[in-house]
Design a protein around this ligand. Sequence first.
Ligand code: HDE
Length: 693
Amino acid sequence: MAKKKKPDAKQTIGNGGELHQTAGAEDQRLTTNQGVVVSDDQNTLTVGPRGPQLLEDFVMREKITHFDHERIPERVVHARGYAAHGYFQAYKGNSKLTKAAFLQDPSEKTPVFCRFSTVAGSAGSPDTARDVRGFSVKFYTSAGNYDLVGNNIPVFFIQDAIKFPDLIHSVKPEPDRDFPQAQSAHNTFWDFVSLNPESVHMLMWIMSDRAIPRSFRMMEGFGVHTFRMINEKGESRFVKFHWRPKLGTFSLIWPEAVKISGADPDFHRRDLWNAIESGDYPEWELCVQAFTEEEANKFDYDVLDPTKLVPEEQIPLTPIGKMVLDRNVDNFFAETEQVAFCPSHVVPGIDFSNDPLLQGRLFSYLDTQLSRLGSPNFHQIPVNKPKCPFANFQRDGHMQMEVPTGNVANEPNSLDSGSPRECPITGFGSFPAKESGEKLRIRPESFADHYTQARLFWVSMTEPEKRHIVGGFAFELGKCDELKIRKRMLGHLSNVDQELCERVASALGMEGEADSIKPLVSVGNPEPSPALSQYTDAPKTLAGKKIGVLTTNLLDSSLYNALEKAAKKEGAMMEIVALKAGPIKTTGGKEITPDHFLSGAPSVLFDCVVIAPGKDQLDALMSQAAAVDWIRDAFGHLKVIGFTDQAMPMFEKASVDTDSDEGVVNITSTDVASFIDAAKQYRIWDREPKVRS
Ligand code: HDE
């Protein structure tokens, strides 16, 4: 179970006033927002005990008025998100690449705030919806705030920012009926993307398990666009940013994700919160693929096109630092909701490329913060405020929190010491890239190949990954009831790969019905890029994962101890699920308070499971359909299942053969090692074709 967090030290606000709602503070008096002590917070002022309420009750009116205005507009995209604080530490030797201050000194820890999100769903939508995940990091560097606002997928749906409102309108709930929520499985989305072949590469990723991550902690992150890094000599290289999770990249599988949406809509945020509370701090390595403009000119795709990636086999990753998230927020609204990321927040040493999607984003984010947070002073909100000194003559506006002094608010001036002044040497200077040309509304020809990298992705997948991509397309297109859209989409898939198209068509029962769509340029036949696969070289580890133990009273104490010890050694978390919420006793008399009770915790919430009824308690457990479902589901979701001899009749009831495969493992109090070894594989992929076609 996660450790409880200690109350925080008190915080100050504004001009030294003290925030009232300070966790753990004693002997504070409840006041109005004007500091007037409240004598009664239970009853409104009335005329007599049963009479009308009085308008003069400023205590009640202030409280209700504040409440009426508690909500701000949710983000138009990425509304559902979760964040944590942490730090970034650079590795040695980045100076050749960049002069960015925070990337120089390995002994320096730069504070960061990192927010993960889904894109399409509203703020209250389930965490495990199929979607790209946002991966935004705000670095509070000594040279100003730097925001790396990326995703967990390295490419995007569209090439030009002007298409973004259309893309988002198509994926959001349909405007007449306001459903479906947090889903791309509907007509408008598939209509739009099938009419925009540039989306096809991204669709391959979105239909893969990348779009249903196991945990934020087990997700890669990507800057998506090509950026520039500039060193002290003024030399520029193009870079692609990658975040690599220390725990490895793992995903859910679709039937599991669907059930988790019901069992725990907060699955990802709970996972991150609990990991940090228990001191198991998630970590990512920041890497770049760096290359010169001359090299880029030789690639057979355009690095300014955000629907393309640079294969790692072509340009390998260079690790430049690591990020650790080690502190949960104190207040979700104040920090996670009010944090404002803008790709235009860069620091000297980092610059933009001409990627037309990036260029559009440089405008959009500042604009959206103005409407979402309501003021150009959003940088004064604590989570957005630079931690280095900042000074300028911008003044006034809604919710000005600072009190600038003096009679001068212009630059240059000679009246008030002339400061603050610009600084041509250390200030941010744009890379002087040469630009010339006619004004045009035109897509470059070098952006025209929409299928080769989609094919690269497909041919780089393992068979289980291919199965899931086919399943993803079939499920989503199955929810799209316009046949013409399905046929058009099958046409695109046949341009990606004939086998992919046939498998999706067969799953839909639409063999041979693909439209014929002529690619603009001929489609290449790329060699696989193993780095694109999640499972080709997946680490065999239980670190950061969760073992669920379904048990009852009188659980064998040596077994409990052996499992607990093994979980600890592997860096995994073990949680006990019992029939009821109250404490149970082991055979040794130890009292354990279960982490969950059965009806609230199906096996989908765990990475691997153990079924271990207590002494003479089999019947009590077996009489519960939810307990039998535990086995059926875990088996169907390809999990490793450990069982005691006593649990065997439950397997018969669940129609799961205990000799099925290497993932169904007998355990005893003296042998949990074979279960742990098997569980490190994460899933038994060979089981899948036997449980679902
Ligand atoms: Fe965003 N995006 N986006 N986006 N985006 C927003 O900004 C936008 C794009 C991404 O945790 C919004 O503050 C346009 C690509 C993340 O707070 C908004 C275009 C990538 C987040 C916006 C894109 C992203 C956002 C909504 C096409 C990956 C969440 C609220 C030109 C590289 C940030 C907000 C957070 C949020 C606009 C495309 C990532 C409206 C116009 C590509 C992670 O400004």
